[in-house]
Design a protein around this ligand. Structure first.
Ligand code: ADP
Length: 909
C-alpha cells in the first residue's frame, strides 16, 4: 500500500479522534458528558491493551502457546474480586483530590515529597521503554503496511528518521489532547471519550482480522486446530506447557503482575481512578472490562497458529506481525488498513494517557517542588498556572523524546522486546506501600521509602541489568557467572535460587525485599504525628479527615495562594462555593483550621499533596504538632463524631417511628371501614331468616285454624331458617376470630392424603343423597404438612359440600378429589372437581368475598362465608386456594400447602 494512502488514513483517523474528543468536551460543558456512561468508563479502561498486546500477544502465543493468557487473567481477577477495594481508592482520591499514583502514595505517608519524587522516578525509568515500544509498534506496522524494509530508518542520521517526527507528532497530539486547556480538575472528558472510542476500534479491528483469517483463509476453527494438532511443533502450543515443574509459579507471577498493573500503571490509575466520574461505574466495569479482554483475546491463538501454518514454524520470531501480514498475504487491503488503524489506536491511546499521567507526576513531584524551593521567595505572588502548564507540556515532549531515544538505541534488542513485563514489574514495586497503606495504620514513611527503594534496586539488578546485558551493553559474563565471578550474585539466580524463569525470579526477590523492608522499617520507625493523621484517613472507612492543624492564617493570604495555583476566576468560584457551604458571605470566611485544610486539598488537586503542603506552610504560621496534640485532636474529633452519629441515629429512629405510626393508623382506619362493611352485611344476612321466622310464627299465632299440613310445613321452614341462622352466626364468629388473629390454631404433622380420605368418608352421605359418585385419586402415598387438622377438615368439607350441592342429581353426578405434588416447589396440591354447572366467569372473583353467593342465591343453607373462611385458613397454613378458571365442564377448586421438609415423628392427624 502506498505511503500516501497509509499516511492520509492515519491522519484522517487522528482527526476523527479529535472530533470525538471535541464533541465530548462540548457535551461535558453542557453538563451531559459521555463519560457519565458506565460503558465509556469501562471501555476507557481498555487502554490497558497497548500495541505491545495488540501485536505482541500473537507473538507470545506463537512461541509460548497459552502463555499470553495470564496478562488478561490478572486484570480479570483484580476487577471481579477487587472492585470494592477499587471503590475505596476512587473515593479517597476524590475526597483528597489525589491525581497521580505518586501523590496517592506520598499523601498516605504524611504527604512526603521524597516518596513522591521516588515513585515518579521509578515510574519514568519503568515507563520510558514501554513508550519506546509503542513508537516501535507504529513504526514497524507502518513499514510492513507500506512494504518498506523494517529497518528503513537504521542507516539514517537521527534527524532523517521519520520515527523521530512520529514521536514529536505524538507529543503534539497528546498536548493538544490532554493539556490544552485546563480547569484544574484533572479530568478530561474529551480524552476519555476518545480513548473509549479507540478501544472499540482496537476490538473491532482485531476481531475482524481474527474472523477473516480463521474462516476466510483457514476454513474455520475446526480445520485450523485440526491442522495445528497434526504438526508436533504447533500441537505443543495448545497445551499448558511442558516448561517444567515451575510453570505454575510463572503463571502465578504473571497473573499477579498483571493484576497489580491494572491499577498501578500510571495510565490505568488515570483512567480508573482520576477520571472516574462516578464510583458506581466500577460495578459495570467489573464485568465489561474482563469481557473486553476476553473478546480481544479470542483470536490470538488462531492467528498465531494460522501464521505458523502459512509460513512454517521458523516464522515464530516474526509472529508479532501476523495480524497484519496474514490479511496482507490474502490481499484484503481494506482489512489491512483497519488492522493498522487498530494498532495505531492501541499505541496512541497508551501514549496519550500514559504521558499525560507521567507528565503530571514529573511536574508535581519532581519539577515543581524543586522550583518552589528555588523561586518561592523570589516571586511569591506570581501566577503559577501558566508555569504548570508549560512544565507539563515540556514533560510530555521530554518523555516522548526519551522514548524515541530508547527505541533508537535499543532497536530490536532484547531490552525492548521483553520490556512490557519488566515495566509491569517496576510499577509492581508500588504495591506493598500502596495496598499496605490502605489497611495497616502502623506503616510509616520510612518503611514505605525503604521498601520502595529496596525493591526497585533488586528490580534493577535482577531484571533491568540482565536485559541490558542481553542486548549487548554490558558484559554477558556478569549475568552468566555473576559480577566478579561470584556465582551467588548472579542476577538471574540470586543466592542460588534457580528453576524460576527470569521474570518470576526477579519479581519474587524484589517483592520479597520490598515487603520485608516495608514491614521491618515501619516497625522500627513508626509513623510520626503528620503521618498518623494521614494513616487514619486512608485506613478509616468514610474518608473524612479530622482537621489536624494548628496555627494562624489570614483569608487574603489563603485566597492569593489559591488564585496563584488554580487561577483567579476558579479561586473565586471555589471560595464562593465553600462560603455557601458554610452559610456565610465569601468575605466573612473564617481562616480556621478546616479552611486551611480545605485550601490545601484544593491545591493538592493541581500541584500534588506534597507541594500543596509546602505552599500552604509558606503563607500561614503553623505550630508544629506533636503526637500528643494529634491524639488530643483525634480524641476530640472522635467524641464529636460519636455525638453527631448518636444525634443522627436518634433522628433517624424518630423518623422511623413516625412512619410506623402513620402506617399503623392507616391500617386501623382501613380495618374500621372493613368492620363497618362486615357489620352491615351481617345484620342484613341475619334479618332475612329472622324476618321469615317471625312472619311464619305470627301466622301460626294469629290463625289457630290453620290446616295441620300447612302448620307442619311452616314449622319445617322455621326450623330450617333457625338452623341457617345458627350456622351463619357460627361462621361469622369463626371468620371474625380468624381475621382478628384470635383463633386458636393447633399445630401437628398432617398427612394430606389421609385427611382427604377422612373428609371424603364424612361427605359420602351428602353425595349419596344426590346419587353422585365420589372418587379420591392420590398420586402420592403420603404428603405431610404442618397444619391444624380440624381446620384442614373444615376446608375439605366445605369444598366437598359445595361440590355436592352443585353436582347433577340425576345419577350422573361425580366429584373427584385429586392429591398430587404441585408442579413447582415443595408443595402438595389438592383439587376438588365436580361436573356441575361450574362458576360463571362474572362471579369467579366475587365468590371469595364474604356473603357472596353465586347464581340465583336461592339455594337454601348457603351463607356465602364458606369459601372466604377456607381461603383464610389455607393462607394461614402458608398455602393458597383458588378456582381453576381454565377447567371446563364443572368447578375445580384447588389449594396448595407447603410440604414438610422433614417430618417429626410421631405424626398426628
Ligand atoms: P355458600 O355457603 O353459599 O356455599 P361459599 O362461599 O362456600 O358459600 O360459596 C360461594 C358461592 O360460590 C356459592 O354460592 C356458589 O355460587 C359458588 N360455588 C361454590 N362452590 C361451587 C361449585 N362446586 N360449583 C359451582 N359454584 C360453586
Amino acid at each position: 500500500m502506498s505511503t500516501a494512502v497509509v499516511a492520509s488514513a492515519a491522519f484522517a483517523y487522528l482527526a476523527l479522534l479529535f472530533g470525538v474528543a471535541h464533541w465530548a468536551d462540548g457535551r461535558a460543558r453542557a453538563g451531559r458528558s459521555p463519560t457519565r456512561s458506565p460503558w465509556v468508563y469501562a471501555l476507557s479502561l481498555a487502554v490497558y491493551c497497548t500495541a505491545w498486546t495488540y501485536f505482541g500477544s500473537v507473538g507470545r502465543a506463537a512461541s509460548g502457546g497459552l502463555w499470553f493468557l495470564p496478562i488478561y487473567l490478572g486484570p480479570t481477577l483484580a476487577m471481579v474480586l477487587g472492585w470494592v477495594v477499587l471503590r475505596r481508592i476512587v473515593r479517597l482520591a476524590r475526597t483528597q483530590r489525589l491525581t497521580t499514583i505518586a501523590d496517592f502514595i506520598a499523601s498516605r505517608y504524611g504527604k512526603s515529597p521524597v516518596l513522591a519524587g521516588w515513585v515518579t522516578l521509578i515510574t519514568v525509568v519503568g515507563i520510558v521503554p514501554y513508550i519506546a515500544l509503542q513508537i516501535k509498534g507504529i513504526a514497524v506496522a507502518t513499514a510492513v503496511i507500506t512494504g518498506q524494509p523494517r529497518d528503513a530508518g537504521a542507516g539514517l542520521a537521527w534527524w532523517q528518521d521519520s520515527t523521530l517526527y512520529l514521536a514529536l507528532g505524538l507529543a503534539a497530539f497528546t498536548i493538544v489532547f490532554g493539556v490544552r486547556h485546563w480547569d484544574g480538575t484533572e479530568r478530561h472528558a474529551g480524552m476519555v471519550s476518545a480513548i473509549a472510542f479507540e478501544s472499540l476500534v482496537k476490538l473491532v479491528a482485531f476481531l475482524a482480522a481474527g474472523a477473516y483469517v480463521t474462516w476466510g483463509m483457514m476454513g474455520g476453527p475446526g480445520e485450523l486446530f485440526a491442522r495445528a494438532r497434526a504438526e508436533p511443533a504447533l500441537a505443543r502450543l495448545l497445551t499448558l506447557g511442558d516448561a517444567g515443574s515451575f510453570a505454575w509459579s510463572s503463571w502465578l507471577a504473571l497473573t499477579l503482575l498483571a493484576a497489580l498493573s491494572v491499577l498501578l500503571l500510571p495510565r490505568q490509575f488515570q483512567v480508573m481512578v482520576v477520571e472516574a466520574e462516578d464510583e458506581r461505574h466500577l460495578r459495570r466495569a467489573a464485568w465489561v472490562f474482563p469481557l473486553y479482554l476476553w473478546l480481544i483475546n479470542l483470536f490470538v491463538l488462531p492467528l498465531a497458529l494460522a501464521g505458523l501454518l502459512v509460513w512454517g514454524p521458523e516464522a515464530a520470531p516474526q509472529a508479532e506481525l501476523f495480524v497484519l501480514r496474514l490479511p496482507q498475504a490474502a490481499g484484503a487491503d481494506a482489512l489491512v488498513l483497519l488492522v493498522f488503524l487498530g494498532g495505531l489506536s492501541a499505541a496512541t491511546g497508551m501514549v496519550i494517557v500514559e504521558s499525560i499521567a507521567v507528565a503530571t507526576m514529573v511536574c508535581n513531584d519532581l519539577v515543581l517542588p524543586w522550583w518552589l524551593r528555588r523561586h518561592a521567595r523570589a516571586a511569591p505572588g506570581a501566577d503559577l498556572t501558566g508555569l504548570i502548564l508549560r512544565i507539563r507540556r515540556l514533560a510530555i515532549v521530554g518523555l516522548l523524546l526519551l522514548g524515541y531515544a530508547y527505541y533508537r538505541v535499543a532497536g530490536d534488542a532484547y531490552a525492548l522486546v521483553s520490556i512490557g513485563l519488566i515495566s509491569f514489574a517496576a510499577v509492581a514495586q508500588f504495591a506493598p506501600a500502596f495496598f499496605g497503606g490502605l489497611w495497616w495504620r502502623g506503616a510509616s514513611h520510612a518503611g514505605a521509602l525503604a521498601g520502595l527503594l529496596g525493591g526497585f534496586a533488586v528490580w534493577a539488578y535482577t531484571l533491568m541489568l540482565p536485559s541490558l546485558a542481553k542486548s549487548g551493553w554490558l558484559p554477558r559474563a556478569w549475568v552468566e557467572q555473576g559480577p566478579w565471578g561470584v556465582a551467588l550474585l548472579r542476577p538471574e539466580a540470586l543466592l542460588g535460587l534457580q528453576g524460576f524463569d527470569a521474570l518470576t525470579h526477579g519479581l519474587f526477590w524484589s517483592l520479597l525485599v520490598n515487603v520485608a523492608l516495608y514491614v521491618g522499617v515501619s516497625l522500627a520507625r513508626p509513623p510520626g504525628a503528620a503521618e498518623a493523621a494521614q494513616a487514619l484517613l486512608f485506613t478509616g472507612g468514610d474518608g473524612t479527615a479530622p482537621v489536624l492543624w494548628r496555627g494562624q492564617a489570614s483569608l487574603p493570604a489563603l485566597r492569593a495562594l489559591l488564585a496563584r495555583i488554580v487561577g483567579e476566576a476558579r479561586a473565586e468560584a471555589l471560595l464562593a462555593q465553600q462560603a455557601q457551604a458554610r452559610g456565610v458571605a465569601p468575605a466573612a470566611l473564617v481562616p480556621d483550621a478546616a479552611l486551611v485544610q480545605w485550601v490545601e486539598t484544593q491545591l493538592a488537586g493541581t500541584v500534588g499533596s506534597a507541594s500543596a503542603r509546602r505552599l500552604v506552610a509558606s503563607v500561614v504560621q503553623e505550630q508544629p504538632l506533636h503526637l500528643d496534640d494529634v491524639l488530643d485532636i483525634l480524641q476530640e474529633t472522635s467524641r464529636l463524631r460519636a455525638l453527631s452519629r448518636a444525634l443522627e441515629e436518634k433522628s433517624r429512629s424518630l423518623e422511623e417511628a413516625t412512619q410506623q405510626l402513620r402506617a399503623a393508623n392507616e391500617r386501623l382506619q382501613e380495618l374500621d371501614r372493613l368492620k363497618d362493611d362486615f357489620m352491615s352485611s351481617v345484620t342484613h344476612e341475619l334479618r332475612t331468616p329472622l324476618t321469615s321466622i317471625r312472619a311464619l310464627a305470627e301466622i301460626l299465632r294469629d290463625d289457630p285454624d290453620l290446616p295441620a299440613a300447612q302448620r307442619r310445613q311452616f314449622l319445617g321452614i322455621m326450623v330450617d331458617e333457625a338452623q341457617r341462622l345458627s350456622r351463619l352466626v357460627n361462621q361469622v364468629l369463626d371468620m371474625a376470630k380468624i381475621e382478628s388473629g384470635q383463633a386458636e390454631w393447633a399445630s401437628a404433622d398432617v398427612d394430606v392424603v389421609a385427611a382427604v380420605r377422612h373428609a371424603a368418608a364424612a361427605a359420602q352421605p351428602l353425595l349419596e343423597a344426590r346419587r353422585a359418585m365420589l372418587v379420591v385419586e392420590a398420586a402420592v402415598e403420603q404428603a405431610w404438612v404442618r397444619a391444624d387438622p380440624d381446620r384442614l377438615q373444615q376446608v375439605l368439607l366445605n369444598l366437598l359440600s359445595n361440590a355436592a350441592k352443585f353436582v347433577p342429581d340425576d345419577g350422573r353426578g361425580c366429584v373427584r378429589v385429586v392429591v398430587e405434588p404441585a408442579p413447582q416447589g415443595e408443595r402438595v396440591r389438592v383439587a376438588v372437581i365436580d361436573n356441575g354447572p361450574g362458576v360463571p366467569p362474572a362471579q369467579r372473583q366475587a365468590i371469595f368475598e364474604k356473603f357472596r353467593q353465586g347464581g340465583d342465591g336461592a339455594r337454601p343453607g348457603g351463607t356465602g362465608l364458606g369459601l372466604p373462611i377456607s381461603r383464610r385458613i389455607v393462607e394461614h397454613l402458608g398455602g393458597r386456594l383458588w378456582l381453576d378458571e381454565a377447567y371446563e365442564g364443572g368447578a375445580c377448586f384447588v389449594f396448595e400447602l407447603p410440604l414438610l421438609a422433614q417430618r417429626q415423628p410421631p405424626g398426628v392427624h
